[in-house]
Design a protein around this ligand. Structure first.
Ligand code: FAD
Length: 411
């Protein structure tokens, strides 16, 4: 059997893989992207952040995304019992995009992958990477849909395998997340929310459970009259409910009066109800000789601020910049130029996610007297600008500023 050679191999055609492929094709590099599933396929992660638009644009995929007709998004609304607040991302501290989309990932991921293909990526669906011998070149074993196998020699590997976490598992890079295990139950509903119900379809709605501050629901409207609806909690919370997953989801939604009112005419489970548990994950290193980990194959925090796809794109951008410099003959320090800058923004999100579950962030956003400039800084983080060190809440690595704000809003 002959060995196939490629300059760059990308494992997985999710958002991280496709944006990296497109960026590398813009540099004129030879890119092979292997995706074990057939597209379109379902994926969770449907609400984008405005920061992600910058990377879509840099990848040359903006027109593809705009023309796909996804739901426009300009902010986030939060509700807890009688309290509610909303952030318009166009009113934010950081420069850049203030709007984005909420997307059915089956369509969105397909749009990105086909765009990367149009730009010259060799894209194969149904081909699964089985094993990897890292190095330069790396040797990779692949299985086709018919069961036959072949070998690839790759100059560099970008692992964009998402929750499958291929290289972390194969190379023992897994390290525990410092978040407790949580899970989600979710589906798509045809929502039939009346236009006068006080529901802004241009925003994601995050609802805190009326009694449990660490349990929350997402309601993500799409442009086709449906919403993605899900609830996140620790497994011990879900154990109190019995019956099918649909029944559990309906029972938990039924505990919140506002969601119950909004969804009173909904047709449930337009897509099958799904569950996912224990998705928070980390790695001991985001790169090694001849490879780097993108998106969810690296670190995944938590879904509450919809940061996953934005982080996936950021990792693609940083990796493609490093590869451009290597190609130009420079010696690249992947820790200094890929891992550290990527983790800087992830760390910003982590501070806010921790403050969300501890309840402090919720005190801040519902507080009746908020300084407009502070609100714009928080709006920036919620819009995904977690790498903008001009924002004091990004620059303050210690989290002291956020704690002071929490104290001001307590009581
Ligand atoms: P994926 O999108 O998972 O893509 C990986 C691809 O690799 C898959 O298509 C898979 O088939 C392929 N693959 C895997 N193994 C192999 C192999 N061996 N060979 C070939 N191909 C392979 N993010 C947001 O931005 N907004 C949200 O609102 C949001 N909500 C979320 C809600 C929940 C409950 C959870 C758990 C996550 C949420 N996320 C959200 C996060 C989001 O799902 C991920 O961050 C995002 O999908 C990561 O993209 P990716 O490209 O890294 O991986």
């Amino acid at each position: 059997d002959t060995v196939e050679r490629t300059e760059i191999l990308i494992i997985g055609a999710g958002p991280a893989g496709s944006v990296a492929a497109a960026m590398l094709r813009k540099q004129g590099r030879q890119v092979l992207m292997l995706e074990r599933q057939q597209f379109p396929r379902f994926s969770i992660g449907e609400s984008l952040l405005p920061q992600s638009m910058e990377y879509i644009e840099q990848a040359g995929l903006l027109q593809d995304v705009v023309q796909a007709g996804f739901q426009y998004k300009n902010g986030a609304a939060f509700v807890r019992g009688e309290r509610s607040t909303e952030f318009d991302f166009r009113e934010k501290f950081s420069p850049g995009w203030g709007t984005t989309y909420q997307v059915q990932r089956a369509d969105f991921d397909n749009v990105l992958a086909r765009g990367a293909e149009r730009m010259g990526t060799t894209l194969r669906f149904g081909d699964e990477v089985l094993s990897v011998q890292p190095g330069r070149p790396a040797r990779v074993q692949v299985r086709r849909p018919d069961g036959s196998e072949y070998t690839i020699e790759a100059g560099f590997i970008l692992d964009a395998s998402g929750f499958a976490r291929l290289l972390p598992r194969l190379l023992n890079l897994e390290s525990p997340s410092n978040f407790p295990v949580r899970g989600a139950i979710f589906c798509h509903v045809r929502d039939h929310i009346p236009a006068d119900a006080g529901f802004d379809r241009n925003k994601i709605l995050i609802t805190t459970h009326p009694e449990h501050v660490d349990v929350w629901y997402w309601t993500i409207p799409f442009s086709n009259g449906c919403c993605s609806l899900g609830v996140v909690a620790e497994p011990s919370f879900f154990e109190k409910y019995s019956g099918t997953d649909l029944y559990k989801l309906q029972a938990i939604v039924g505990e919140d009066p506002n969601l119950t009112r909004l969804l009173r005419n909904a047709e449930w489970a337009v897509l099958p109800v799904r569950t996912i548990t224990g998705y928070s994950a980390n790695v001991s290193s985001l790169w090694g000789e001849g490879y780097a980990l993108l998106g969810n194959a690296g670190e995944f925090l938590d879904p509450v601020f919809s940061s996953g796809v934005t982080i996936a794109f950021k990792s693609a951008q940083l990796a493609s910049d490093c590869l451009a410099r290597e190609h130009a003959g420079e010696t690249v320090d992947w820790e200094a130029n890929f891992a550290i800058p990527l983790r800087a923004g992830v760390k910003t999100f982590r501070r806010f996610v921790e403050a969300w579950y501890a309840g402090g962030f919720q005190k801040i956003i519902y507080h009746p007297e908020q300084q407009p400039d502070v609100r714009r800084m928080i709006s920036s983080i919620l819009a995904g600008y977690a790498w903008d060190t001009k924002n004091p809440y990004v620059a303050d690595d210690s989290g002291r500023r956020l704690r002071v704000l929490e104290e001001l809003c307590t009581g």
